[in-house]
Write a protein that binds this ligand. Structure first.
Ligand code: UTP
Length: 289
């Protein structure tokens, strides 16, 4: 079955980026000249997705406004012949059909995804976490969709991380299937050393079958008192086939200060407006260090 819909959970409180995220959603913090959420929507669109649901909360309406038209601003840009800015402002609003649902209580990622049940209906769907930005030749979610369509099953995006850092992620139990694709038989959230299945960590991209909703509905809170998607994935992979795709690309966790800065620098080094200037600035700064 084709994957045509995506869900972007973006209702977290963003406590690692306080105080900035007290009033500005972390998804709206800019990397060069675009907010983080736009990079994620663009990844989904590049993979052929047209309908996107963003899971938000009462403090995040800046996201709904961002993907809307803004006639007063557009008229002003038009009158002052700022064609590039006008095109960029319009492009963001026309990227995809974007829908919103609120997670009324911040009960965890699994609960946020469960809110997408009515939007998703009876089809497999993509999930892109709202603070994980990817840079890749082929959109990372596209790489997962390819595997999910080939094997007609759920897929999770993984990469190898160090033994010291796997305790911050979900560790997956895997058996090789083909070059960069594995069969998943178990998953554990934030494992203690003795619980580690492998150093393959799930990193912010998923293709899920709708039976996940029945599982999420009955889940009890797990690690950190939150309804954990990982606990749902654990049951899903034990009931139905699931694959892990060791994807090509670099992932940035823009929900913490260092990940945010790494993404900002790398995107700025790649951006026609800032590339030359930033290289010269870094060289100049390096002399002072
Ligand atoms: P994170 O743990 O990275 O985000 O959740 P957070 O909770 O905003 O971060 P901190 O730890 O307080 O800084 C992973 C993803 O799940 C979403 C987040 O928005 C992020 O995209 N999420 C998390 C929800 O949508 N709802 C929740 O209840 C929890």
């Amino acid at each position: 079955m084709k994957v045509k819909k995506a869900v972007i959970p973006a209702a977290g409180l963003g406590t690692r980026m306080l105080p900035a995220t007290k009033t500005v959603p972390k998804e709206m913090l800019p990397m060069v000249d675009k907010p983080a959420i736009q990079y994620i929507v663009e990844e989904a669109v590049a993979a052929g997705i047209e309908d996107i649901l963003i899971v938000t909360n009462r403090a995040k309406s800046a996201m709904d406004d961002y993907f809307d038209y803004y006639p007063e601003l557009e008229d002003r840009l038009n009158a002052s012949r700022k064609e590039r800015e006008l095109a960029e402002v319009r492009r963001a609003a026309d990227l995809a059909n974007i829908f919103y649902v609120r997670q009324k209580e911040t009960k965890g990622l699994g609960h946020a995804i469960w809110r997408a049940k009515h939007f998703v209906g009876d089809e497999p769907f993509a999930v892109l976490l709202g603070d994980d930005i990817m840079r890749a030749k082929t959109p990372v979610i596209g790489q997962l969709i390819q595997a999910a369509e080939k094997y007609q099953c759920s897929a999770v995006g993984v990469q190898e991380v160090s033994t010291e850092s796997i305790s911050r992620y979900s560790s997956v139990k895997v058996e090789p299937l083909e070059s960069n694709v594995f069969t998943v038989s178990d998953v554990v959230e934030k494992p203690l050393r003795e619980q580690i299945f492998s150093n393959y960590a799930i990193l912010g991209r998923y293709v899920l079958y709708p039976c996940i909703f029945d599982i999420l509905e009955d889940l009890k809170p797990g690690v950190g008192g939150e309804i954990q998607l990982t606990d749902g994935l654990r049951q899903l992979c034990q009931r139905k086939r699931m694959v892990a795709v060791d994807f090509e690309g670099r992932r940035y966790d823009t929900g913490n200060v260092t990940g945010f800065l790494e993404a900002t620098i790398d995107f700025a080094l790649d951006h026609p407006l800032t590339e030359k200037w930033l290289k010269a600035y870094i060289k100049e700064k390096a002399k002072e260090l």
